[in-house]
Design a protein around this ligand. Sequence first.
Ligand code: DX5
Ligand code: ZN
Length: 225
Amino acid sequence: MSQTHLVAPSLLAADFLNLERDLEMINNSEADWLHIDIMDGRFVPNISFGMDITKKVASVATKPLDVHLMIVEPEKYISAFRDAGAEIISVHVETCPHLHRTIQQIQDTGAKAGVVLNPHTPISAIENVLEDIDLVLLMSVNPGFGGQKFIYNTLVKLRNLKSILDQRNLSPFIEIDGGVGLQNAESLLREGANVLVAGSSVFKSEDPSKTISLLKSIERERVYI
Ligand code: DX5
Ligand code: ZN
């Protein structure tokens, strides 16, 4: 039996001059979450938008907001993003010297807590908090920009993560972000991912709503060898 996976279109690739139109498209689509990328120009070499725009988006969006904080000192802004409407808040392990405390802080607001790993960051960096988190996000590109090429080693890393989680009988969401589209979705699901973030592959396609449906309809097939 295949389990349903979630699709989270990334707003970063939307048309900001027609944001409401794109948000309506997502509301009416089969998307499960709306992925919101917050960039500060310090942790990542790009600046996106902040809590005020997130709040405006939340006032129109009907899907849960999945907020990905690519910022230094994320602990300073957790309650602001929760107040702005975030349902899931994910922080990068590379930005959190007191990761366990930051996870508690997110959960204390009532949001789900996710931890994000850059492509070079080993799974071992989060081994001691796996019991505490609701979501693990593996970056499959270096964070900062949409439209980059998927890093193939993510599949190996994902397989390792899934096997560690299975051994410990844990089942946080496993989300993949960066260069995800119809060409690699099936492999990612097969290796254990269950949330697919998709920016360019959705918004730059001819029919974004249909692309979301196609990403949703891919079956996860466990291959036993
Ligand atoms: C990259 C962001 C991604 C980005 C994905 O730093 O975290 O969420 O929007 O965009 P695509 O799907 O185009 O790689
Ligand atoms: Zn993201």
